[in-house]
Design a protein around this ligand. Sequence first.
Ligand code: ADP
Ligand code: MG
Length: 346
Amino acid sequence: MSGLKLNQVEKWYGDIQVIKGVDLEIAEGELIIFVGPSGCGKSTLLRMIAGLEETSRGQVLINGVDMTSQPPAKRGLAMVFQSYALYPHMSVGENMGFSLKSAGVPKSEIEAKVNAAADVLKLTHLLDRRPKDLSGGQRQRVAIGRSIVREPTAFLFDEPLSNLDAALRVEMRHEIAKLHNRLAKTMIYVTHDQVEAMTLADRIVVLQGGVIEQVGSPRELYQRPQNLFVAQFIGSPKMNIIDGEEVSGRFTAGGAELAPSPAGAAHLGARPEAITLVEPDQSELQGRIDVIEYLGSDNFLFIETPVGLINVRCDGEREFKVGESVGLKLAQEHCHFFNRDGLRVE
Ligand code: ADP
Ligand code: MG
């Protein structure tokens, strides 16, 4: 069995439990992203997989072998540390071959491995340069190159882009996506940024408070969030949540019947793009424009309504005025429903 498997893993610091029985299977070659708010346990879980953090309970299996109590070096995984951890006085080639040199690998073998890695990473023409003479993207590739030469089963990244400015982050995201395609190796990538998760992942693991809230492809998480937390964590701007109740098959809130509803619904979720504006007398739900965020391609309107502030996405071409009265219409096929416990109901 190839790939990676977590079996009811737990992490305790004294009597504080930070990872609460996580089960997960990662197929060979997948790009998996752990995402969640700060402090939810992403780094801890990644470090438990790497062997940098002891697993209190449960098992970590790599290619079918129980590695739970093995040290990092035995696990065949590579933690890719941030590019600024490159040795400044060494060339790109020396940086990439350093771990092999320390392990006493013969020079000719190091050279062959460094050259092969440089080829995959498109760094061949830069092998003699120093890190300071590289762009941020190139440096990140060298940091990955240091791991590739050790031929790991999987690459592990912990928020590799969090220190970069917005433009470079986008460029690096593309770099990592292309690298994953070329290397076809398992990657586990930690971020608190749901946009990074959505744009990069084959599958996303959403964590909160040491528990997996949902695992799925970006599309599955966006289209069928299993609970209120995932519904509001994935997607930007956030999904609107309207509190109300199901009465005879209709979702009712603030005296208005908003949509057909499954039994037991207590919250209706509608993303900003699932709501359109109509004339006030054409709708059950009316409101007043409170704030306008104009982004060029889109307008995001924050509308004061009897059921709370609702964010609606409109075309950027249209002009609006604060204070304007509008009617809101929900696209019924794009409404999500959750029960009193915050769990999705059909
Ligand atoms: P994330 O990477 O998602 O921001 P972490 O995995 O770093 O979160 O931390 C998860 C939780 O574990 C946090 O509440 C943090 O305070 C706690 N934690 C991390 N390391 C220790 C430690 N050495 N002792 C006690 N608590 C810790
Ligand atoms: Mg962290």
